[in-house]
Design a protein around this ligand. Structure first.
Ligand code: NAD
Length: 482
């Protein structure tokens, strides 16, 4: 079925179309317009025209729309989750989790409508009042990936709208149907025309316009490091938020609860088929328990059932598309050539669909490519260490800094890890995944900058204005008057 874009409150047809494919069956499930730069310009113009009215709508009233969106998402949760499994492959349970995250973030950000706190503070001068207040930025360009096709747009749209911005939303071309259903909900919730515009098509085609259009004041991007680098080079002086890749690790010390750690590692490595920015792709294991732990991981990985995510019997779904399965296959080959020991998996499987077996390499050296580069698939590298200091050195010896974890019963080692790991997120005795919407989410180093979620998510989409009110009736000069 041919679908439309949504510009200025109207569903708009396109000239040319691209396909959305079910990665488990390779069937086409929808067709979407390949937008042109002119379509993008119209969307930006519409967002600009809607800005004044939306920004002057009181924040608690804007928040009512967000509440309504959360309610409608709740009503359509099962349908949306099924669409997500069909469109990008994750198992249904996880797809339901993605929709739930979207509901949670709209609920949370609706609450912000009655906060959006600035602060008041003292002044160094008499009869002078000092405070800050939040203002919207303007038109925001939101560019999102396919791996959380409802939750990631929801994080951005909810925060942008409650702050009073208008948006142009460009989803991944692997998941336009999920994105369209979210926009349908936004329309039905009564968000006025022009406030949210939805443009589909290739990032390469539309990237130039969305990054360089002067009417766009802020770009919020989640995706790969390579695209992030391109955006930052082209966005000029716009405010840019970047949530990029990761190469997340789990440290397992010799005193860890190994049963708990093995469950966490398997969930972190193979949940969402390893296609989470926070997926665990390195497990940094103490030498004293390495052989035992490796066997535990092997047993668990072998038991995972691959298949269509819509089936109850499936633990691990397909990769998102043909290029993704080819990329993962090439890294399995790189691992073999680098001399790592393949202990399970390592190949494609199934006659149809983009399936790749859960794969574990052992005896991985910290500088090997499979231990350094983001694979974004079900490949786990086991790296052996002898001390907490060596573990942290390995953990930090990568260009990324998103998520991390340590399993230990020793509070001193846990706190050393909390303090010394270079990452935006550290878990203790829990896997690398499981973000909650009221806490900041994001990374450091080449994972990018900025934070979404919680109050820091509000910072991304608002400007702080500093206000001084002098009621002394005379000219007072800060730093100069005695
Ligand atoms: P991607 O960079 O290929 O695409 C992301 C989005 O950018 C898509 O909408 C795409 O169409 C668009 N795009 C591509 N080229 C563009 C250009 N030149 N200008 C503007 N837009 C352009 O990433 P992906 O494959 O969709 O997602 C996987 C990546 O996303 C992984 O690296 C993963 O780690 C990362 N990711 C990060 C987070 C995080 O919060 N840090 C969360 C999820 C995914």
């Amino acid at each position: 079925m041919k679908h439309s874009m949504y510009i200025d409150g109207k569903w708009v047809k396109g000239q040319n179309f691209f396909l959305s494919i079910n990665p488990a069956t390779e069937d086409t499930i929808a067709e979407f317009p390949s937008a042109t730069s002119d379509d993008m310009k119209r969307a930006v113009d519409s967002a600009e025209a809607a800005f004044d009215s939306w920004k002057s709508t009181p924040a608690p009233k804007r928040a009512l729309c967000l509440q309504k969106i959360a309610q409608l998402l709740r009503e359509r949760k099962e349908e949306l989750a099924r669409t997500e499994t069909q469109e990008m492959g994750k198992v249904l349970k996880e797809a339901r989790g993605d929709v739930q995250e979207a509901i949670d973030v709209f609920d949370y950000m609706a609450g912000e409508g009655r906060r959006l706190f600035g602060h008041t503070t003292t002044s160094e001068l008499q009869k002078k009042f000092a405070m800050t207040l939040r203002q919207p930025i303007g038109v925001c360009g939101l560019i999102t990936p396919w791996n959380f096709p409802i939750a990631i747009p929801a994080w951005k749209i909810s925060a942008a709208l409650v702050c009073g911005n208008t948006v142009v939303f460009k989803p991944s071309s692997d998941t336009p149907l999920c994105a369209m259903k979210l926009v349908e909900v936004i329309e039905k919730a009564g968000v006025p025309p022009g406030v949210v515009n939805f443009v589909t098509g290739s990032g390469k085609e539309l990237g130039k316009e969305i990054t360089s259009n002067k009417k766009i004041r802020c770009i919020s991007f989640t995706g790969s490091k390579e695209t992030g680098e391109w955006i930052i080079q082209n966005a000029g002086l716009k405010k840019v938020g970047l949530e990029l890749g990761g190469k997340n690790g789990i440290i397992v010390m010799d005193d860890a609860n190994l049963r708990l750690a093995a469950e966490g590692v398997i969930w972190g490595a193979f949940g969402t088929t390893g296609q989470r920015c926070t997926a665990a792709s390195r497990v940094i294991v103490h030498t004293a328990i390495k052989d035992k732990f490796e066997k535990m991981l092997w047993e668990k990985a072998k038991a995972l059932r691959l298949g269509d995510g819509l089936k109850d019997t499936t633990d691990v779904g397909p990769l998102v598309n043909k290029q993704a399965v080819e990329k993962v296959e090439s890294y399995a080959q790189i691992g073999r050539e680098e001399g790592a020991k393949l202990i399970c998996g390592g190949k494609r499987t199934g006659l149809k669909g983009y399936f790749f077996e859960p794969t574990i390499f052992s005896n991985v050296q910290k500088d090997m490519r499979i231990a350094q580069e983001e694979i974004f698939g079900p490949i786990l590298s086991i790296i052996e260490i002898r001390s907490i200091d060596e573990a942290i050195n390995v953990m930090n010896g990568i260009e990324y800094g998103l998520s991390s974890s340590i399993y230990t019963q020793d509070i001193n080692k846990a706190m050393t890890a909390v303090e010394q790991i270079e990452a935006g997120i550290t878990y203790v005795n829990s896997s690398t995944i499981g973000a909650e919407v009221h806490l900041p989410f994001g990374g450091i180093k080449h994972t990018g900058h900025g934070r979404e979620g919680g109050i820091l998510g509000i910072d991304e989409f608002s400007e702080m204005k500093t206000v001084y009110i002098d009621y002394s009736g005379k000219l007072q000069k800060a730093q100069i008057d005695d």
